[in-house]
Write a new protein. Structure first.
Lengths: 117, 111
């Protein structure tokens, strides 16, 4: 079965770039939508965006201009890049496969990213 | 503030039924039958429980059901069990530039 695993730094300084990678195993990124979703401590889930395997993307308007999602089919991975981070970007970041834009399954285990100097 | 409104908490006793509401607008919940529900235990990733308003993925108990009326979607859990204690979040397609919105989550306590 398909499994997803996030990786990347757990601590990022304010104004710097948050970069995370999601490695897909047991399946290929050459189909489906691939998404990033985050959850600030004690708060609800927030959709960040998705990339389709063809390369088309769509992002949460509240993050537009700061977020980029890319896919590397040779490594079976997709990545998140969020620039100019602030403390408000502190959250558990999840990657997930989306069969359709509201069907997220499976999810990665999540990785906590803290923005602090 | 989340785009979809859910009660902060609900509770019920084992064997009872509970319903969690998810209120949006006619731009999201009210316009599309694309509502999903996720269960999340502490420290764990969310798990898909319901999609397309009322469909259950393979492996999800038939104690879980979904419905929608107007701008409000609902998740009903019947025959409450201790392991149902978790946070539940709704998600809806919103179209336009917003695309996808989540609710703030509801903590279910099994008394």
């Amino acid at each position: 079965q398909v499994q997803l695993q996030e990786s990347g730094p757990g601590l990022v300084k304010p104004s710097e770039i948050l970069s995370l990678t999601c490695t897909v195993s047991g399946g290929s990124v050459r189909s489906y939508y691939w998404s990033w979703i985050r959850q600030p401590p004690g708060k609800g889930l927030e959709w960040i965006g998705y990339i389709y395997y063809s390369g088309s993307t769509n992002y949460n308007p509240s993050l537009k201009g700061r977020v980029t999602i890319s896919v590397d089919m040779s490594k079976n991975q997709f990545s998140l890049r969020l620039t100019s981070v602030t403390a408000a970007d502190t959250a558990v970041y999840y990657c997930a496969r989306a069969e359709q834009l509201t069907i997220y399954d499976p999810w990665g285990q999540g990785t906590l990213v803290t923005v602090s100097s | 503030q989340s785009a979809l409104t859910q009660p902060a908490s609900v509770s019920g006793s084992p064997g009872q039924s509970i319903t969690i509401s998810c209120t949006g607008t006619r731009s999201d919940v009210g316009s599309y039958d694309l509502v999903s529900w996720y269960q999340q235990h502490p420290g764990k990733a969310p798990k898909l429980m319901i999609y397309d308003v009322n469909k259950r993925p393979s492996g999800v108990s038939n104690r879980f059901s979904g419905s929608k009326s107007g701008n409000t979607a609902s998740l009903t859990i019947s025959g409450l069990q201790a392991e149902d204690e978790a946070d539940y979040s709704c998600c809806s397609y919103a179209g336009g530039s917003t695309f996808v919105v989540f609710g703030g989550g509801t903590k279910l306590t099994v008394l």
